[in-house]
Design a protein around this ligand. Structure first.
Ligand code: AMP
Ligand code: GLY
Length: 416
């Protein structure tokens, strides 16, 4: 099987690596890719948001399966364009990707499917938003309706700050802002591969969204992740499957917009039971890095079966015993901004450590040197017999790497 991965981030590097490990996969291509992916894949230049261009590239390479990594191409209909060209695509249609692309749509699907989630009020004016804040009370949760790379959400006890964010979302061209009930309790991520009917959950992971230690500072795309969750109930993935994933996938099929790809359920384990915080329509980043580091069963076979409606006919994914931890290294200024062009050293040394793999996200080559080229630059993944060992491996890798302005958390998966 020949495969093409679309995207440039750490998630895509992890996907390309896991595909390359699958004995059934003969070629891995990636576009646009990154310098880390070049080790396991042949890179091609393409605008990842241009569906016809991606489909044309896939056809010219003769690939059997296109795996679309990020949300933006999915929402732009890139998977649709690939399928229209007669090539299998792992990734939902633009319509089904609204599960992530529109928080209001996701709420509507959850309502219809009876999926537990935070109570939410969709507002179109600052006056409505103000009334919604008063109705739901503090702490306030205000969300941009559209895609915002995890940065469109403000959670605050300050009503003025909440209202300002709502006004900002509405004035920045958005038509709707969502004001939501606050959910307490730890957050977990459960992913499932689906062909639109059959749903195969992966083991639960946890992501660290804030930029600073102790969950302080602004939200980011994710500063680290680990799996499995030794503190969680062993039945968690099954419960999420039964109460969230299966009903959501069934509701999307019932509406005539079956979801083919990866459903990402971001959940809060509240004192009143589990609640969906958000859905994403793609593998999470960085959770995918530790998850795929432990995946033992063939990824290409799994994704191809989902893309072609045969998921029920392949075995459920199998994960190695033990644990994996990913620590993200970001560049100066992230998440408000990012810096680029800083020379990165120590990646090879880190990669040579036992149980350590460095995943590239925002990197580039300049005159033969590896340099920073984005907000999240690298993820160092450690594996080991338990979370503590995996964490020690990851941080041993982090200690080898340096560049100007590097930011990372020191408490990823601590005390877990
Ligand atoms: P989202 O963009 O919906 O994923 O939200 C980003 C982050 O904001 C989540 O991972 C949570 O940490 C936080 N968040 C979102 N919604 C809520 C909520 N209803 N209650 C508490 N925290 C939330
Ligand atoms: N790790 C959060 C996300 O992928 O959205």
């Amino acid at each position: 099987m020949k495969t093409l991965v679309i995207g440039t981030g750490g998630r895509e590097h992890a996907l390309a690596r896991a595909l390359a490990r699958d004995p059934g996969v003969t070629e891995v291509h990636a576009a646009p890719g990154n310098p880390g992916m070049a080790v396991v894949a042949t890179l091609h230049d393409v605008d990842p948001l241009d569906g016809p261009a991606v489909a044309a590239l896939a056809a010219s390479l003769g690939v059997d399966l296109v795996v679309v990594g990020p949300e933006a191409p999915l929402v732009a209909g890139v998977a649709d364009a690939v399928r229209t060209a007669g090539i299998a695509a792992f990734g939902p249609t633009a319509e089904a990707a609204r599960l992530e692309g529109s928080k209001a749509f996701a709420k509507e699907v959850m309502d219809a499917a009876g999926v537990p989630t935070a109570r939410a009020l969709v507002c179109t004016t600052p006056e409505e938003a103000a009334a919604a804040l008063d109705e739901l009370g503090a702490p306030y949760v205000v969300k941009d309706d559209g895609l915002a790379a995890g940065k469109g959400v403000v959670v605050t006890s300050d009503r003025g700050e909440a209202l300002t964010h709502a006004e900002l979302c509405l004035s920045a061209g958005g038509e709707r802002v969502v004001v939501e009930e606050y959910l307490d309790g730890p957050e977990v991520s459960v992913f499932a591969v689906t062909d639109g009917t059959t749903v195969r959950p992966l083991q639960a992971a946890q992501d660290f969204k804030r930029i600073h230690d102790g969950d302080r500072g602004p939200n980011t795309g994710g500063m680290g992740a680990y799996t499995p969750l030794p503190w969680a109930s062993p039945g968690l993935a099954d419960e999420v499957f039964a109460t969230v994933l299966q009903p959501t996938v069934a509701e999307l099929a019932r509406r005539g917009t079956p979801f083919v790809g990866l459903v990402y359920a971001g959940l809060a384990l509240t004192s009143r039971g589990l609640r969906v915080v958000e859905f994403n329509a793609r593998f999470g980043d960085p959770e995918t890095q530790p998850l795929l580091a432990l995946l033992e069963s063939p990824l290409g076979e799994l994704l191809m079966a989902a893309a072609t409606g045969r998921l029920a006919s392949v075995p459920a994914p199998v994960f190695a015993d033990g644990a994996a931890v990913a620590v993200v290294l970001a560049s100066r200024g992230y998440p408000a901004s990012s810096s680029s062009g800083d020379v990165i050293t120590g990646v090879d040394v880190a990669n040579s450590l036992p149980g350590v793999q460095v995943v590239h996200a925002g990197t580039a080559l300049r005159d033969g040197a590896l340099v920073t080229a984005g907000g999240r630059v690298l993820a160092v993944v450690g594996t080991g017999p338990d979370v503590a060992a995996a964490r020690a491996a990851a941080y041993a890798g982090v200690a080898c790497i340096s560049y100007d302005g590097a930011q990372f958390r020191t408490d990823i998966a601590a005390d877990r």
